[in-house]
Design a protein around this ligand. Structure first.
Ligand code: GLC
Length: 441
């Protein structure tokens, strides 16, 4: 057990960043933002959203469609003005459903099948005699040429549907709506989910100038103070940032992923990957005979078998004997006699992975804040949506404390805000901005 304790110590030293490493990462992030803005070589795509922030008085009933990594969510939202809104109807439809036998995210699906499914789901929710301006949240790196045109650069989050990369997704959606005779649904705006989150929060709070998703994927956008059209929102696609302190475990995860060498920050922080990273570490510990000796459960030896939900379960177990983890090991992995030390190790590894995630995200926010307000003289709200931030035990607090430590005496100027339904409500706000013609195109 002494050896196990030593290996855990070494793991912590490799993963956990010192304050100066975080500041260094933030500086590199800031430089990558600048380079991306100037069209130089950069891992940050810095994609203009062709939108500025709302005023807060936008009104009307809008249809919002939100295509993330797992579900397509359809909402009917009434914007009431003065920053208020009401969700009139909402449904989430899984993109993958083994019982119904569909998986619109796989390489055997197609653009027509995926967007046909979305149109069909919209049809199940709208009336024939009403008019619906549509805001479409498409949470993948897309190059926009106008508020309602977006070409998918590349799928992320391990989505593989053929026939979408390199295409204008708003056109594919419009075609699918036409095929279903949904002429009352009129696409007005297409946005990234980070932009939706920023729009939703800034509809209420004018100090919001960063929007971020910490969920299945990770990415942030911000309001660029120096753009030609002042106040333009820029989707950084920060999940692709790559000037990072990689460990051998990160390299292994990257190698066996769909897009090696890309989405490096996302692979170190987001909900899609924190379970996998934990699994790769555990697999190594098992192979070295440090824990769960001879346990050959698939969970530890097959990619993506440990999920973000499992990580939450480990971190949520605060019982002195770690009974939740004991039961998990027993029922999921068939490991009946796991020792307390082994259970503690499982929890510690998950906690190390999650802590580093919060540190890297905090460093990226610090980099953005220094770009938009170098002397930190103003108030800033960072709007955050996503399951990692909302549900991982301790994550939100870790992120806040880490950012506060970097901000030092300026920490009171910066607020982190959970912005639930940000990507959906933001689509309605974007459609309203489209309606009012407040666009930068
Ligand atoms: C991935 C996508 C990005 C999205 C993020 C969060 O990083 O590339 O567009 O914002 O996931 O969903």
């Amino acid at each position: 057990m002494q050896q196990l304790a030593n290996e855990v110590r070494k793991l912590r030293a490799k993963f956990i960043l010192s304050e100066s490493e975080m500041i260094d990462t933030a500086k590199k992030f800031q430089r990558a933002m600048q380079a991306g803005r100037e069209g130089k070589d950069s891992s940050l795509k810095m994609l203009p959203a062709f939108l500025a922030k709302p005023i807060g008085n936008e009104k009307g009933v809008y249809l919002a469609v939100d295509l993330g990594g797992t579900n397509v969510r359809v909402m009917i939202i009434e914007l009431k003005g003065n920053g208020n809104y009401k969700i009139l109807d909402r449904h989430a439809f899984p993109l993958k459903n083994s019982q119904k036998g569909h998986d619109f995210t796989s390489e055997t699906s197609s653009a027509a099948a995926l967007f046909g499914y979305i149109a069909e789901r919209i049809k199940s929710m709208v009336a024939t005699n009403s008019f619906y301006p549509l805001g479409f949240t498409f949470s993948f790196p897309s190059r926009q040429t106008a508020v309602n045109q977006a070409v998918l650069i590349k799928w992320t989050k391990e989505i593989k549907t053929p026939g979408v990369e390199g295409k204008d997704v708003s056109k594919i959606l419009a075609g699918a709506l036409d095929d279903k005779n949904l002429h009352q649904v009129v696409p007005r705006a297409i946005i990234n989910d980070t932009v939706g989150t920023l729009l939703t929060a800034s509809y209420r709070d004018p100090f919001t100038d960063i929007g971020s998703i910490c969920g299945t994927g990770h990415n942030s956008c911000y309001v660029e103070p120096q753009s030609l059209t002042s106040g333009e929102i820029i989707n950084m696609e920060s999940g692709n940032f790559n000037a990072l302190p990689f460990t051998a475990y990160d390299t292994e995860l990257d190698k066996q992923s769909d897009i090696p060498g890309e989405q490096c920050l996302e692979k170190m922080v987001s909900g899609k990957y924190i379970g996998e990273l934990t699994r790769i570490i555990l697999q190594d510990f098992i192979k070295q005979n440090l824990i769960l000796t001879n346990n050959q459960s698939d969970i530890f030896f097959s990619p993506y078998m440990i999920k973000a939900e499992d990580i939450s379960l480990f971190l949520d177990d605060e019982s002195s004997e770690l009974t939740g983890i004991f039961q998990w090991l027993q029922s999921v992995c068939g490991a009946s006699g796991a020792l307390l030390e082994e259970r503690i190790t499982l929890r510690t590894i998950a906690s190390i992975v999650v802590t580093r995630s919060a540190q890297l995200v905090a460093a990226s926010y610090f980099g953005v804040l220094q770009h938009i307000d170098p002397r930190l003289e103003r108030k800033h709200s960072i709007a955050i949506d996503g399951s990692l931030y909302e549900f991982t035990p301790g994550y939100a607090a870790k992120l806040k404390v880490t950012l506060n430590n970097l901000l030092k005496e300026k920490s009171e100027l910066v607020t982190l805000k959970l912005t639930k339904d940000g990507s959906g409500v933001g689509a309605a706000v974007a459609a309203a901005l489209g309606d009012k013609g407040q666009l930068h195109d």
